[in-house]
Design a binder for this molecule. Structure first.
Ligand code: NAD
Ligand code: DAU
Length: 359
């Protein structure tokens, strides 16, 4: 029975991953979720599983060496899946330091504590110990509009403080692999969407604003391209890389689903109109008139697109959820979870929104 230490499991991807793993393996695995619960961490995301005997939540900061080494000392951890991070590019532009603190220093602490717990006197590691570092395609920088893909061999060229901090954390993982033969993998994934995503990110922000008849802010000309992947497909990729990946290797994960931001917004409006019953008063709000072009993001990367060839060839993973299906499931989830949205859009979120969008 493997024991997983998941960092940042109360966030968007982490909570979906925990659901995926417990659905797949049931009580054949044990999960310890360590999360400090920043504005982005929400225990409500896991309320349906919190009573399970093989799930445990520990509130701690990944930069806290003592707390993390205690977790390794008290539990025989087999697998680390490291999600915890500051993840929003706009916030990194306003306040970069916390990104370095959490994403770089926090990763260093995780690596150091795992190595201290796992390394044997001869420098080797037991076969079942594996560390998976969850990273992003943004480390590769920006692609031209008319072509090219990110491969695992693409040189790193991060532009935002967020992507620079994630690139630094990747470099630390690579250094541990090279220096200590540390048993790790890195996944660099494209934009995720799905249930439990905090509405500072494009898709949930547009769904929430449209339902409330609020303006839909489009940065720049709206033609920046992202490669969207349904979050459960990402969860599956992480599990497959951890079980089947060659140790020390990096795997790119992507949806083969490039879309301009303005296309995404129009699709969301169409699906909202299609899914809301005629007598729902929110239907009256849904209109392209809400689309509002605003000042561009500083240093805004133009296009991201992943070539997931290596993960398909070596591991057999490929995206399964078509965007048309995934966006419908996502919007349906937000319809059914209006209380979740109301809870997360109170307090700190309102301050953030007013400051960010001057609204
Ligand atoms: P998120 O912001 O929704 O969640 C981050 C989680 O980390 C939160 O629960 C937060 O409380 C926790 N956390 C933050 N600082 C912490 C600290 N110091 N100690 C302990 N916990 C802390 O992020 P997400 O979108 O779920 O992303 C998860 C990971 O996946 C990140 O590493 C991100 O870089 C990466 N990633 C995200 C995407 C995406 O599209 N969202 C795509 C590729 C990679
Ligand atoms: O590519 C993977 C990355 O995807 C992850 O590493 C990040 O953690 C994740 O936040 C995401 O980064 P993006 O910056 O691509 O996502 P975001 O949802 O913030 O923005 C998507 C696109 O939409 C981007 O081009 C900016 C634009 N945008 C975003 C917001 C919030 C708007 O036009 N208006 C908005 O209000």
């Amino acid at each position: 029975m493997y024991t997983y230490l998941v960092t940042g499991g109360a966030g968007f991807i982490g909570s979906n991953y925990i659901h995926y793993m417990l659905d797949k393996y049931g009580d054949d695995i044990r999960i310890i979720n360590v999360d400090v619960l920043t504005y982005a961490g929400n225990p409500e995301n896991l309320s349906d599983i919190e009573q399970l005997p093989n799930y445990k939540f520990v509130r701690a900061d990944i930069t806290d060496k003592e707390a993390i080494s205690k977790l390794f000392a008290e539990n025989d951890i087999d697998r680390v899946v490291h999600f915890a991070a500051e993840s929003h590019v706009d916030r990194s532009i306003k306040n970069p330091e916390v990104f370095v603190q959490t994403n770089v220093l926090g990763t260093a602490v995780m690596l150091n504590c795992a190595r201290a717990a796992w390394e044997q006197p001869d420098g080797s590691y037991p076969a079942d110990k594996r560390f998976l570092h969850v990273s992003t395609d943004e480390v590769y920088g920006s692609l031209e509009e008319d072509g090219g893909y990110f491969y695992e061999t693409t040189p790193y060229a991060p532009h935002s403080p967020y992507s620079a901090s994630k690139a630094s954390s990747d470099m630390l993982v690579k250094a541990y692999i090279d220096t200590y033969h540390f048993p790790a993998n890195i996944t660099n994934c494209s934009n995720n969407y799905g249930p439990y995503q905090f509405p500072e990110k494009l898709i949930p922000l547009i769904i929430n604003n449209a339902l409330h008849g609020k303006k839909l802010p489009v940065y720049g000309d709206g033609k920046n391209v992202r490669d969207w992947l349904y979050v459960m497909d990402h969860a599956k990729a992480i599990d497959m890389v951890q079980e089947k990946g060659r140790l020390g290797e990096t795997y790119n994960v992507g949806g083969h689903n490039e879309k301009q931001n303005i296309e995404i917004i129009r699709i969301i409006l169409d699906v909202l109109k299609e899914q809301l019953p005629d007598d729902d008063p929110r239907k009256a709000h849904i209109s392209e008139d809400l689309i509002t072009y605003v000042e561009d993001r500083k240093g805004h990367d133009r296009r991201y697109a992943i070539a997931p060839d290596k993960i398909k060839a070596e591991i057999g993973w490929e995206p399964e959820t078509m965007f048309e299906e995934g966006i419908r499931k996502t919007i349906q989830w937000y319809f059914e979870n209006t209380a979740w949205m109301e809870n997360v859009t109170s307090g700190e979120y309102r301050n953030y929104y007013e400051e960010m969008y001057k609204a």
